[in-house]
Design a protein around this ligand. Structure first.
Ligand code: KG4
Ligand code: ZN
Length: 334
């Protein structure tokens, strides 16, 4: 069978990324230009600045990626691009670039859901083996997904309020940790001890999550300690916060793995870069004889390799987009 090369483009938030992936699983070259340093001073992503930065860099990133792969657009079979969810201005830059390339080089277009991309980041580690469960934990999403074949996503549980990434970022702000707080809290929690009492959030029989309560519990705790004139131990608080988050995520996900009788578990999204979460899942999956796949740290957060990987399966199934397809900032996976 002829090899298929997909050029992926991702610009849904604050990373401008372009990648070339062969046959959905073999990464040829990936360029990721992060805007974190630009947004840091504002304490979060500023949409207007994000889209302007994407405009400035998108053509350079496309050229760099092709050059680094030693390829030209003639070697590419199709172009896959994120159409949503994400920031509308940012999504427009990526999709317009993809449409222009498609028109000029006469290549098929594939419109990929960003969350499907996060899930398919795992396909770059090992080919997905169905049926499987995937825990999606990102800045905007916290969901448990069941898949019995490629591109078939069934949501069996989700957060009822904040995403886990949001909770990390808000807790980080309360203890004066710079944006994005997730990785720093992860580091602090390795140093600290579990000395603060925090409730296990939404510890029920469902597959749903709730993180607004734990966020408020941390805010109240910091406020009360300050009023009493006590110093907060950032390391211990990070450790206690991370412990309850990891406990509830692993507890409900492992329950789903058992009840759905699957042998494979995937982690996906920015928070799957979390050391504490990765280690705990590894320990539990080893014990239960479940195959655990986690993307390489670089591909946990936003990147175009995951979009090209998901795009390959859409291409194979002839799920192509027209030149006038629209972005959808609130796109659902299923
Ligand atoms: O998937 P992602 O890059 O963007 C979205 O699609 O939302 O996820 C970003 C989120 C941020 O909330 C960030 O704080 C969190 O992932 N994050 C982490 C870690 N690395 C990134 N959270 C906890 N621990 C980490 N090591
Ligand atoms: Zn993402």
């Amino acid at each position: 069978m002829k090899d298929v090369y997909i050029l992926g483009i991702e610009s849904s938030c604050d990373e401008t990324s372009v990648s070339i992936v062969k046959n959905g699983c073999e990464e040829i070259n990936t360029v990721i230009l992060s805007q974190i340093d630009i947004h840091k001073k504002f304490g979060g992503v500023v949409p207007e600045i994000a889209s302007r930065s994407h405009v400035e860099s998108i053509t350079i990133v496309i050229e760099d990626c092709l050059k680094g792969a030693n390829m030209t657009m003639n070697d590419i079979d199709a172009i896959a691009v994120t159409y949503g969810p994400g920031l509308s201005g940012s999504l427009l830059v990526g999709t317009e670039a993809a449409k222009a390339l498609s028109l000029v080089y006469n290549k098929p277009l594939i419109a990929v859901n960003h969350m499907a991309g996060h899930i398919y980041a795992n396909n770059l580690v090992d080919k997905l083996d169905f049926p499987l469960i995937c825990l999606v934990v990102s800045g905007g999403h916290t969901e448990i997904i069941y898949m019995d074949k490629d591109l078939s996503f069934k949501k069996i549980g989700q957060t009822l309020d904040d995403s886990v990434g949001e909770a990390y970022d808000k807790v980080a702000r309360v203890i004066d940790v710079p944006y994005p707080g997730g990785p720093v809290i992860d580091e602090y929690s390795k140093i600290g001890k579990d000395n603060y009492k925090l409730p296990l959030p939404l510890d029920d029989n469902s597959y749903n999550f709730s993180f607004s309560g734990i966020k408020s519990a941390v805010i109240n705790l910091v406020h009360n300690e300050k009023q009493r004139g006590n110093e907060i131990n950032k390391y211990d608080l990070s450790c206690s916060f991370q412990k309850v988050v990891v406990d509830i995520l692993t507890k409900k996900t492992m329950k789903a793995v058992k009840e759905y009788g699957v042998k494979e578990l995937l982690l996906a999204g920015g928070v799957s870069a979390n050391r504490g979460l990765r280690d705990k899942f590894k320990e539990l999956c080893d014990k239960e004889n479940i195959k655990l796949i986690i993307p390489n740290i670089k591909y946990c957060t936003d990147n175009a390799a995951m979009i090209a990987s998901a795009g390959y399966y859409m291409y194979k199934n002839n799920l192509l987009a027209d030149l006038d397809f629209k972005i959808d900032p609130n796109a659902d996976l299923c």
